[in-house]
Ligand binder design. Structure first.
Ligand SMILES: Cc1cc2nc3c(=O)[nH]c(=O)nc-3n(C[C@H](O)[C@H](O)[C@H](O)COP(=O)(O)OP(=O)(O)OC[C@H]3O[C@@H](n4cnc5c(N)ncnc54)[C@H](O)[C@@H]3O)c2cc1C
Ligand SMILES: NC(=O)c1ccc[n+]([C@@H]2O[C@H](COP(=O)([O-])OP(=O)(O)OC[C@H]3O[C@@H](n4cnc5c(N)ncnc54)[C@H](OP(=O)(O)O)[C@@H]3O)[C@@H](O)[C@H]2O)c1
Length: 450
């Protein structure tokens, strides 16, 4: 018999309110009647990358938050927004309030290319640009010089595709989305004409998915440009494409073949897809003036092909440079961290000592929203299997914790508070013909609660 009951539930803190946090809470409630969840987020707004990552022109995907609202309506769920764990509240102090702590804190920083010139003015990360156009308070003040005519984006995942598409879209295409007002204003004046998306491997290995690639062919103000010669496959790539699970790759190839046959003229912008090229240096003195690219050759067996430099170099003039080569988790005081992989080391979600993790901080920055559901379920199963061996928390009362946070000057934001912010954003959006007009600073969000 478990020591926990509906009157004295297992107290679980979830750190992070993105998809993995909500799927973990949902699984806890489904699998146990004797659990209470307090979900923390450093922002006053929930939903992690569903709010701050998913592209503004992919609004339908954000409907998943309706499912998260249902989880939040559970009688033993509490949201404590605007509380940063590790800053306002140390993990070791949390232990006195919770029997288990489940980290769902995502991968909030980015991988570097580690090439000269990465710190020049005009060299940016996808993380910054995405955060900026999505109104994430951390990136509100970033400046992107959109008076430039040529932009380079390194990487061929779906994040790189989002960056390229937002740069390529017209004001009218963006105006009816929930893009942040400051970003819309500046993108409307953009002088960008040429966008180069650079992949280190070939078209068969590109990580973007067919619906996203297809969109590139349907833009009002930009045409895709693909060189037919880049679509010739080596035997290992041909073998990869024949695999039963390679349907998306085959669809990508078919789309690119169609793009290669198109006339790229007639629209104000062009999106060039490059393959087999790696940046070796970002050129410029104070600010970005170009990029030096090395031609690659693929080697290795099918599905294990690696790109290595051939020594053949070309230079491409550009004024804006973005790297989109993957995200990376952040370390947290009092929690073990694998610095190489940027994740919390774990086995089936167990970090040890009453600590657990799910989502991107558990497995690294890959997978769509739905991938986090089975991942969170696995962690919850580990946690519930361990429940009787966990060191019980002494202070089994969130009210005391909230008072402590208040004494530290923290304005804890409840789910009801978030719903007020949400309603205010939606009302502001209606006035502008948008699904919502986001508040983009924490001060504005808290002002909306007065
Ligand atoms: C730019 C981008 C676009 C994407 N678009 C799509 C898409 O269109 N469709 C799709 O299916 N998938 C998309 N994905 C993937 C999807 O967003 C992820 O799979 C998913 O968000 C990962 O969930 P998570 O809960 O692990 O992390 P996150 O969503 O990042 O959530 C982490 C949460 O933890 C909080 N947090 C972090 N540190 C602390 C702390 N110290 N204290 C308190 N809170 C903290 C953060 O504020 C955040 O709310 C996209 C990803 C990116 C990067
Ligand atoms: N619409 C959507 O559904 C959507 C939108 C956005 C994000 N997401 C998901 O979110 C996850 C993260 O996306 P992501 O785009 O950040 O990651 P990703 O899919 O892993 O793509 C990363 C890209 O960066 C390249 N890369 C890595 N290191 C590099 C280097 N040193 N030099 C040059 N290129 C390098 C990779 O090439 P290699 O293949 O050679 O490693 C790959 O093309 C993915 O699972 C994605 O599907 C989904």
């Amino acid at each position: 018999m478990s020591a926990f009951s509906a009157d004295n539930p297992l107290r679980v803190a979830i750190v992070g309110s993105g998809p993995s946090g909500f799927y973990a809470a949902e699984a806890l409630f489904k699998k146990s009647d004797a659990v209470a969840v307090d979900m923390f987020d450093r922002l006053p707004t929930p939903f992690g990358l569903v709010r701050g990552g998913v592209a503004p022109d992919h609004h339908k995907i954000k409907n998943v938050t309706k499912k998260y609202d249902k989880v939040a309506a559970h009688a033993r769920f509490r949201f404590l927004g605007n509380v940063e764990i590790g800053r306002h509240l140390p993990v070791d102090e949390m232990r006195s309030f919770y029997d288990a702590i489940l980290f769902c804190s995502g991968a909030e920083t980015d991988r570097r290319l580690a090439i000269p010139g990465e710190n020049l003015v005009g060299s940016h990360t996808a993380t910054e640009f995405v955060g900026w156009y999505n109104g994430h308070p951390d990136y509100r003040g970033r400046i992107f010089d959109l008076s430039q005519e040529v932009a380079v984006v390194i990487g061929q995942g779906n994040v790189a595709m989002d960056v390229v598409r937002i740069l390529a879209k017209t004001k009218d295409e963006l105006a009816a989305t929930d893009i942040a007002a400051h970003a819309l204003e500046q993108l409307a004046e953009s002088k960008i004409k040429e966008i180069h998306m650079i992949g280190r491997r070939g078209p068969a290995q590109a990580k973007f998915t067919p619906p996203e690639l297809r969109e590139l062919g349907d833009l009002d103000g930009a045409n895709p440009v693909v060189r037919a010669a880049d679509l010739e496959l080596n035997p290992a790539s041909a073998e990869e494409l024949e695999h039963k699970d390679a349907k998306p790759n085959r669809e990508n190839m078919a789309l690119m073949q169609e793009f290669a046959g198109r006339d790229p003229g007639g629209k104000a912008r062009r999106v060039h897809l490059h393959f087999f090229k790696s940046p070796v240096q970002i050129l410029g003195h104070h600010r970005v003036q170009g990029v030096r690219l090395e031609r690659n050759a693929l080697s290795g067996d099918a599905f294990k092909q690696r790109a290595s430099g051939t020594g053949e170099i070309e230079e491409l003039a550009c004024g804006l440079f973005f790297r989109s080569v993957g995200y990376r988790g952040r370390a947290m005081p009092d929690v073990p961290f694998n610095d190489k992989w940027g994740v919390f080391p774990n086995e089936a979600g167990r970090i040890g000592n009453g600590l657990y993790c799910a989502g991107w901080i558990k497995r690294g920055p890959s997978g769509v929203i739905g991938t986090n559901k089975p991942d969170a379920v696995e962690t919850v199963e580990s946690l519930l299997a361990d429940q009787d061996s966990l060191a019980p928390a002494e202070l089994r009362n969130t009210g005391i914790l909230i008072d402590r946070l208040k004494d530290r000057g923290v304005r804890v934001v409840s789910y009801q508070d978030w719903q007020k912010i949400d309603a205010a954003e939606v009302a502001r959006g209606q006035a502008n013909g948008k699904p919502r007009e986001k508040f983009t600073t924490i001060i504005e969000m808290l002002e909306a609660l007065k």
